[in-house]
Each structure stands twice: as C-alpha cells, then as structure tokens.
Design a protein around this ligand. Structure first.
Ligand code: NG6
Ligand code: CA
Length: 517
C-alpha cells in the first residue's frame, strides 16, 4: 500500500515536472513566433510617389530599398480616400462606413473607437506585445468636451496603446501641440490651452484678418488661428510653450520612434509610426528645403524617406531587423494643392503623384485608395511584386494569425501568407470609400454607383467620380479608368452591384437614387 502511494506520488511529481518543461518549450517557441511589428503610415502619399512604384523625378532610396526587398503590392488599398476613416479601418479591421463618426474630424472631436472595440494594439497586447503609437492620430480624443490642460482621455492609451506620443488631428488643425500619454507636452499651467472650432477667441489674430502675419498663405479654408506664421483650421488660444515647431516635427517623431524601439527591444513590440508627410502644411526641415526641386511637397517626401531610412538603421543597430515585420502604406491618395499656396503645383514638373491612376485624395477613382503598400522582413520575406488585392483592413486578421491570436473581424481577411509573399491569392472583392460615398472592387473590375455632387473638386483639382450613371471599369485593361463599360457590360455591372449590396446593403443605393432624381 505504502509503496503504491509512494509510486503514485513519484509519478505525479514526475508528470508535474515534465509538464513544466513542456510549458517552457512552448513558451520559447511562442516567443520565436512573436516578431516585432512596425506599421509605418504616410499621410496623403500617392501611388506614383516613390521610386519603387515608378517615380523618377522624386528620389526615395530608403523606401525603395524596403519596397524592393520585400513584397510590393500593386493592388494594395487604404479603406478610404481620406484620413480618419482609413486610420479607423487600419486599427479596428472594420469598414469605416459602418461607423457614422468615421469622417475627417476636427481637433476637438471625441474618440471614435469604442473603448470596448477590438483593435490591433489590443489584440497584440493580449499576445504579450508592448504597443506604441508615434505620430498622427486623427481618431478623436476625449468624450466631446476636452480640457486640454488636464489628462486627455479616452485616447490611444484607452484603445490598446501602452505608449502614445501624437499630434491630435492633422498638422493643419489646432491644437498644434504634442500629446504624450494623454498629456500636452511642455504645457505651462499659467498659459492654459483653449480650442474652439466655431468661433475665435477675442483679440486673437486669424489668417483671414491678418494676412500680414503669414509666412504661408491659405488657398482655401485654413484661415483661422495663426501658429508659427501658418494659418490653421480651428481657433486656439494659449499654450505658447507647448506649440510644436512645424519644421522640427519629422525629427521630433523620428527621435521618439527610435527611442521607443531602444526602450522595448527586449520584449515583442508593436509600433505604429504615423508620419505626417506629405499632408499640408508642408514644412520641411531647412536641411531638406530644395532637396527635391519640386517645392515643399517633394521636399517633405524626401524628408519622410530619410526618416524611414534612419528608423531602419536603428532597428539594424539594435539587432532587430531580422525579427521585425515592417508594413508600409499611406492613408489615402495624393493631393497637390490641399489648401495652401506652397508652390507644389507650379513645381510639380513631370512628377505624377498618382502614377497612372485616375483621381486622387477624396476620389472614388483608383488614386483615392490604391496606395503604396509593402511588407519587409529581412531574411524572412523573399523580395517580389504581388498583384494580389489587399486592404489595410486585412492587417488585423493577418497580424493576429502571425502572432497566434484567434481574433478577427467580419471585414478583415486573414491574408498572412500573402503579406509574407508565400501566396498570391488576395481578396476577391472589397468596398472602398471616399467622403461618405462608397464603391466596389471585384476581381479586375471597379464599379462606382451614381452620386450627385460635382464631378471635380475645383479647389483641389481632383476628379471625385460623381456621375448620374453607374460606372464600370476593367482595371486590367484600363488602369486609368477611361472607358466606362457600364452600358456595354450589363451582366458584369449587375454582378458587381449585387456583390456590393450584399456587403454594403441596399439602403445606401436607394438613398443615392432618390437624391439623383
Ligand atoms: C480638409 C482640409 C484639408 C485636409 C483634409 C484632411 C479644408 C478646405 N481642407 O477638410 O486641407 O486637412 O481636410 O486631410 O479645410 S486628411 O488627410 O487628414 O483626411
Ligand atoms: Ca491623409
């Protein structure tokens, strides 16, 4: 009896011991499958803007090196032709038109991601990652009545980021200050910040009334408060010591991104490095002025390229490059004149920001959402070009798969093998969005429903794709969308409308048709 108890105790202990060992091996192999993940996200960078995508006049050696050394997608899409909706989709894996608040937001807008909603950083945090964002946010902050002089929440830290160092909205919108983990950087309590998007604060100069104070002139909009000689959208008072220096912004965020990497190199980390270039106002650091020969817009693209190169050097120096998946893309297509006179149109020369594509930012034509999109992972991803259709929506499910998470969303497709260059089979179809309108891409075909409104946004000089009729294009044969085949291919058109309405619902089509009558 005694000996059998002893036998059982010993074998129990042995089993326990071996379990422990087994757990150890699982943990080590899991650690190996948790590479660092970095998403570098440009703002308004077009499909034709970098060398690897055919640009010749603009030189982008650092981006080219990554694009040519990884998987370069020719059919990579942002979810929307403007910033907020694309960023919402990128982080949540949910189509932005499902969220009525996912529109270009003022600097005072409340946070549009529900704090209970799944997000990439939350998902990765659950997988043991440290998560950080450095750069542009533009997804709203607080609950609708922010006091900029206290901790601002909810914000990035409440939707999954352990660390955040951001600009709230855009470089052309107030408040023009950096916010680190919810607190305005360098805030002087004796000079409190007030922000208002409806009316000016008494006695404060504006772009409209005080042109003599401007170093950059406004073309349309952008005539409210003046900060650093640049007129902005929205009114702001106070916070002098906290105001950013526009020309230093790129260096400021680069230094912070590098610092983040150095601080977190010993654990798996996820960094969302959201560049502010080439969004307006374009304010290259003096050492980049004239670097492109194309005026400030080209200069800030050269600057962004340099920043990416420096950032990669840091990963390399820290010995992390072989263990880091890098994803690069842009939030929407290009715009040359987005509201300031900055010589960008005059000096554009032969450069084609959208490459061969039609439209641009704000447009339902291809250039609105088809953007540079590539993945790079030294030693892991074989260099190549992929024509697979991928959306930024798909990063959620794909990064989940990479890190062993089961999480996903209805809209995000798991395309990990495509992103790693092991499969050429991307999406079959997807809805794209531009300023509250949606269209559809299926196989080689693009369908744009009828929409009222101007065909061209005259301020920015971009074709929006509004028309009274359905439009149907075969992108394989007609990448520039010059031949509308809607009437000659009625069956194809119907196939796309049906597939589109299955995802998007018919309500939207009905409203449009009513409006067009
Ligand atoms: C528009 C601004 C534009 C830009 C855009 C947002 C005007 C006239 N135009 O309303 O300059 O700021 O919003 O760009 O104000 S995005 O890339 O963040 O979506
Ligand atoms: Ca943008």
């Amino acid at each position: 009896m005694r000996s059998s108890i002893l036998y059982f105790t010993i074998s129990f202990l042995l089993i326990l011991g071996s379990c422990k060992d087994e757990k150890k091996t699982i943990e080590t192999s899991e650690e190996k499958t948790k590479p660092n993940i970095v998403i570098i996200y440009a703002d308004d960078l077009g499909y034709g803007e970098i060398g690897a995508y055919g640009a010749t006049a603009l030189k982008t050696p650092n981006l080219d090196k990554l694009a040519n050394g990884g998987v370069r997608f020719t059919n990579g899409y942002a979810s929307s032709a403007t910033c907020t909706p694309s960023r919402y989709a990128l982080l949540t894996g949910v189509y932005p038109w499902r969220n009525k608040s996912a529109k270009i937001l003022p600097g005072t807008a409340p946070l549009i991601i529900d704090v209970d909603q799944p997000t990439i950083p939350k998902m990765l945090k659950n997988q043991g990652y440290h998560t950080g964002i450095v750069g542009k946010w533009h997804l709203g902050l607080g609950n609708g009545n922010v006091n900029w002089n206290e901790r601002i929440a909810p914000g990035p830290n409440e939707v999954g980021f352990d660390y955040s160092h951001i600009l709230a909205a855009t470089q052309d919108r107030v408040p023009t200050v950096y916010i680190e983990n919810g607190n305005v950087v360098n805030l002087d309590p004796n000079d409190p910040i007030e922000v208002n998007y409806k009316e000016n604060f008494e006695g404060e100069p504006t772009g409209l009334d005080n042109p003599e104070l401007l170093k950059m002139k406004w073309h349309h909009g952008h005539n409210n408060s003046i900060v650093n000689g640049i007129p902005r959208i929205g009114f702001m008072k106070g916070g002098e010591a906290a105001k950013w220096v526009d020309e230093d912004m790129a260096d400021y965020f680069l230094a912070d991104a590098q610092d983040y990497v150095k601080k977190h190199k010993s654990e798996p980390f996820f960094l969302y490095y959201a560049l502010q270039q080439p969004h307006v106002p374009r304010t290259p650091h003096p050492r980049f002025v004239g670097s492109s020969g194309m005026g400030p817009r080209g200069d800030v693209i050269v600057e962004a390229d340099w920043m990416v190169g420096e950032f990669i050097k840091t990963l390399e120096a820290e010995g992390l490059l072989e263990n880091t998946l890098i994803v690069f893309s842009s939030d929407n297509g290009p715009v040359v004149n987005d509201g300031y006179y900055d010589d960008s149109e005059e000096k554009l020369g032969n450069h084609k920001p959208a490459g061969a594509l039609r439209g641009g930012k704000y447009s339902l034509f291809e250039a609105g959402t088809r953007v540079p999109f590539f993945t790079y992972w030294k030693g892991k991803i074989n260099p190549g070009v992929s024509d697979a259709m991928v959306s930024q929506l798909d990063l959620f499910a794909s990064l989940a798969a990479l890190t062993g998470s089961e999480e996903s969303t209805n809209d995000s497709q798991e395309l990990l093998d495509v992103f790693l260059g092991k499969s050429a089979k991307g999406r079959n179809e997807m809805v794209i969005e531009a300023t509250s309108r949606t269209a559809f891409r299926k196989g080689d075909w693009a369908m744009i429903p009828p929409y009222k409104g101007p065909a061209v946004n005259k301020h920015v000089n971009i074709e929006l794709a509004n028309a009274a009729e359905y439009q149907l294009y075969n992108l394989k044969e007609d990448i520039a969308q010059q031949h509308n085949l809607a009437s000659s291919k009625p069956e194809k058109l119907q196939e796309l409308i049906t597939a589109y309405e299955t995802i998007r619902g018919t309500e939207n089509t009905e409203i449009q048709q009513l409006e067009l009558k």
